[in-house]
Design a binder for this molecule. Structure first.
Ligand SMILES: [Zn+2]
Ligand SMILES: [Zn+2]
Ligand SMILES: [Zn+2]
Ligand SMILES: [Zn+2]
Length: 512
């Protein structure tokens, strides 16, 4: 298979990837094994072999006598085995020659990832060389508190005698930096009986070269075997850069930029960041106090209304927005009433798609989903509200994450589910005719089909992959229900005519 991308270099982006041919939405661009993968620097103790948390007790690897590992029956059968022979032999020598104790490893579990990267120097020199070429922004970090933060790691690595002649602590700092700047979050192995997982981080040498843009054209997933797969989320023309969004697309520009500056050391100048309206979503804007209908966005040190052009000082509008942000921090975000009240209050101040409002609306949709799934007879009001919230969220997502997008897929799935539930309830109560019932089911089918077209590229063993399997079952059941209702309409001698098909099917992913 010829490569779908080429590596280019520019002053602005450094090394980055461009499409080597026209790529279609849903097409796989690359898949990548982790160079290193392991716990975060602030982790509590995990098994060195499978990364499951070691809560109260642990064993030490029989062969090296150093690595803490799962007690009892040992690591789960199908888990990845990260404590490999090379490392085990290295640890054994440490124990024999330096008298290193297992407690040293226990106390330095936060430095395990750095240690494992450094061991690649002899273990896999080719990948090690590529890793060292990754962006690390070492000079900017030298002045900052992270440099000091990693002092313990430097001391730990030095104490193991791992630095070769001529190598100094800068090398350790560079490894820490390259991991911080280039790693992806990876779901750890599921904790037995609890199900949830630690968040690990992994460095992927191909994917690390993807440039950032706040409106990405890729979709990333990492499967249970820790392989990263990158798909095109929209069509990408030959020669166009391939972008990944390192930030949350549902946050405003200031928040995204802070996140990028702290974690990745750069100021984003993408088209969304350079547009005060954030592509006409007004995601960081407030309602203009003068005309009351226009939206004010921050331009430099003041705020300006797009409609009446009136300007306002930052202290005035900025303070209001900050109050809305502070309020969201303190309310109970699992309580329907508190969220509704917050939305009502904040809608008087912020533009309708402000990220704080969207945050509250997303949370409320989640609370309502739980109510609908839990209650034996959820009310029509709750269902209608959830449908409304999903419909409000979708156009914003389409603008900011065009094409395939995980949150969009889940929102479409949720929208379909509630439309079906509500329509069934209304039909059973004879509040709608069979014909209207079919209309509703057909509109739900369109949402579900769109969701499925996106979910199909998710790894089967991920929560989204499981949702895909469930959605597929529901799709088949929905088709059957529609056919049955249509039959009953025809049996009564009536003819069903489509009255409303409003959605556009815009995706055409390749199933691979
Ligand atoms: Zn284990
Ligand atoms: Zn061992
Ligand atoms: Zn940006
Ligand atoms: Zn105005």
């Amino acid at each position: 298979m010829s490569l779908k991308y080429e590596v280019k270099t520019s002053n602005k982006l450094g090394r980055y990837l461009v499409a080597a041919k026209d790529l279609r939405a849903g097409e796989r661009i690359l898949s990548d094994q982790p160079f290193v993968l392991g716990p975060n620097s602030d982790t509590s103790l995990v098994c060195f072999n499978c990364y499951l948390p070691l809560i109260s007790k642990f064993l030490v690897c029989k062969n090296c006598g150093l690595a803490p590992i799962c007690p009892g029956d040992g690591c789960p059968e199908h888990s990845a085995k990260w404590h490999n022979q090379h490392e085990c032999d290295f640890f054994r020598n440490l124990k024999l020659n330096k008298g290193t104790s297992p407690m040293t490893m226990v106390q330095n579990v936060g430095s395990l990832l750095v240690l494992r990267a450094l061991l690649k120097q002899n273990n896999n020199p080719l990948e090690w060389k590529i890793f060292l070429e990754l962006e690390s922004h070492l000079d900017r970090r030298r002045e900052s508190s992270v440099w000091e933060y990693y002092d313990n790691t430097v001391k730990f690595i030095q104490s193991l005698g791992l630095l070769e002649n001529g190598q100094n602590q800068d090398l350790v700092q560079q490894i820490c930096a390259a991991i911080d700047v280039n790693s992806f979050e990876v779901r750890g192995p599921p904790i037995p009986a609890i199900g949830c997982a630690e968040v690990l981080r992994g460095v992927y040498l191909q994917a690390a070269l993807l440039a950032h843009d706040c409106v990405a054209n890729t979709h990333m997933s990492i499967n249970d075997n820790n392989v990263l797969v990158c798909h095109a989320s929209t069509d990408i023309k030959k020669g166009e850069p391939i972008y990944y969004n390192y930030t949350d697309p549902l946050k405003g520009t200031v928040v995204r930029q802070q996140h990028l500056m702290i974690g990745k050391y750069f100021q984003c100048t993408c088209s969304r960041c350079s547009d005060i309206t954030e592509m006409d979503t007004f995601m960081s804007s407030a309602i203009c106090p003068s005309c009351k209908t226009g939206y004010m966005s921050k331009a430099g040190e003041s705020w300006i209304c797009r409609s009446c052009k009136k300007e306002s000082e930052h202290s005035v509008i900025g303070h209001k927005v900050q109050c809305c942000s502070d309020k969201l921090e303190v309310i109970n975000k699992k309580d329907e009433k508190e969220l509704e009240e917050y939305i009502k209050y904040v809608s008087l101040v912020l533009a309708p798609n402000h990220y704080l409002l969207l945050d509250a609306k997303q949370r409320l949709a989640g609370v309502l989903r739980d109510i609908i799934n839990r209650e034996p007879r959820p009310t029509k009001k709750v269902m209608r509200r959830k449908i409304e919230l999903c419909k409000e969220l979708l156009p914003v997502l389409e603008t900011l994450s065009p094409g395939i997008c995980r949150i969009k897929a889940i929102t479409l799935y949720e929208l379909h589910a509630t439309i079906v539930q509500l329509a069934k309830k209304l039909f059973d109560a004879r509040e709608i005719t069979a014909s209207v019932f079919v209309d509703e089911l057909l509109s739900a089918e369109i949402h579900l089909k769109l969701a499925l077209e996106m979910l199909v590229i998710e790894p089967g063993n991920s929560p989204e992959g499981e949702l895909c399997a469930k959605a597929l079952e529901e799709y088949r059941a929905l088709k059957l229900t529609i056919a049955k209702v249509l039959d009953s309409i025809h049996a009564e001698g009536k003819v069903y005519e489509i009255t409303e098909i409003s959605e556009q099917v815009t995706l055409h992913p390749e199933i691979d």
